[in-house]
Design a protein around this ligand. Structure first.
Ligand SMILES: Cc1ncc(COP(=O)(O)O)c(C=O)c1O
Length: 383
């Protein structure tokens, strides 16, 4: 059996939606993009949703419209993708990389408090793998210190924190619709907010800084006239992407149920093992199950994480590592040197994490094949 790390879950309804968009004669941002924004914001209880071409773009615009300045500091977790640091560096501002919870891999409120200085402007939690960070204490710290909360919800559709969907808690929330994400447009992103000024500013910024949506120029009420009011960006979503997004949205719940069933099967199988630790989901949290990350009890094994991954690959099971802690990358070592001694949990996690395949089209036989091989490799290499 060959198990890829990810396989997209698309069917003929997705294909038909995309073909319909192409045949409509309108390929770029237009009616399907606005319909996608409206449907998405309802799903996450947000007042506004701005569709863009990636989560990275959504985070960049969020920092821009909330006024990030050079030399300001933004607190981010160590267990994240480079996006978290990259978007801060666009402004010549400084990411401050802090430690995470060893069980949930999410940013720790205590680490945030310790990292606040008079230059801190924003806290940017990442909801790891789809499980929300502990937002109540994080929001309280932000309000007490007059900081903004911009959430990286790239992994989070659909995720809930204490019955509230991720997308309506912080000041601005950014989602990803990248090919491997729980709702996929190939590439794509969305910024949600309850603030009408930031909504309007992000709409302007996503399309070159033009004062009104250029697409209107070509519609019935449009005219040739437009004004450029800032050096904006070319970050808009296209109607082809939005058609796929709308079609995927209709099966979001089905896809979530399928991923949850796989996670439950994994959980049950690993619960009895002393060598493999399953993800810990805190009560009150609902995860999207974008990732299923196990932790190896490496003290009890004769092989390390890398050799474990190789052994799985020899059995045709592809896995990944989320994430290489951000401070380990050469760029971040150069631009924001971090005291690794203060990031003990991230270092501890990095030695033992493996992301197993989890995607809606994965069959029970495929799931069992992964389970069998993970347990067998662990047992064969137990001390
Ligand atoms: C935590 C996190 N944030 C942001 C991103 C970037 O998303 P996008 O590719 O849509 O820009 C990713 C991508 O994998 C991610 O894992």
């Amino acid at each position: 059996m060959e198990i890829p790390f990810h396989k997209s879950y698309t069917d003929e309804t997705d294909t038909a939606a995309v073909v319909e968009a192409i045949n409509s004669g309108w390929l770029t941002m237009g009616p399907r993009t606005f319909e996608f924004e409206n449907k998405f914001k309802e799903q996450v209880n947000a007042t506004h949703a701005v569709a863009v071409n990636s989560c990275t773009a959504a985070l960049h615009l969020a920092l821009k419209v909330t006024g990030l300045k050079p030399d300001a500091e933004v607190i981010i977790p160590a267990m994240t993708f480079t996006t978290s640091g990259e978007v801060v560096r666009y402004f010549n501002a400084n990411p401050v990389i802090v430690d995470v919870d060893p069980e949930t891999h999410n940013i720790l409120p205590d680490s945030i408090e310790q990292a606040i200085t008079d230059k801190t402007r924003v806290i940017m939690p990442v909801h790891f793998g789809g499980q929300p960070a502990d937002m109540d204490p994080i929001m309280a710290i932000a309000r007490k210190n007059n900081l903004l909360i911009i959430e990286d919800a790239a992994h989070c559709f659909p995720s809930f924190y204490k019955d509230r969907p991720i997308g309506c808690i912080g000041d601005i929330t950014a989602f990803s619709f990248y090919a491997t994400k729980t709702l996929a447009c190939g590439e794509g992103g969305m910024a949600t907010t309850d603030n009408p000024e930031w909504d309007e500013a992000m709409r302007v910024q996503r399309l070159h800084g033009i004062s009104r949506d250029a697409w209107k120029r070509y519609s019935k009420e449009g005219s040739w006239f437009y004004e450029v009011i800032d050096a904006g960006h070319k970050y808009n979503m296209t109607d082809i992407q939005a058609a796929l997004g709308l079609s995927q949205l209709k099966k979001a719940d089905l896809m979530w149920r399928k991923r949850s069933a796989i996670a439950e099967r994994y959980n049950k199988a690993f619960a009895a093992s002393e060598l493999i630790e399953a993800p810990v989901i805190r009560s009150g949290n609902k995860t999207s199950w974008h990732l299923y990350v196990i932790r190896l009890a490496i003290e009890k094994l004769t092989i390390d994480r890398n050799r474990f991954i190789d052994a799985l690959a020899e059995r045709q099971i592809k896995t990944s590592v989320h994430f290489i802690p951000l401070y380990r990358h050469p760029y971040y070592q150069k631009t924001c040197p971090t005291d690794i001694g203060k990031l003990k949990n991230s270092e501890w996690l990095y030695e033992r994490i493996i992301s197993l395949p989890i995607y809606p089209g994965m069959t029970t036989a495929e799931t069992d094949y992964v389970i069998e091989n993970v347990l067998e490799i662990a047992q064969k290499n137990a001390r």
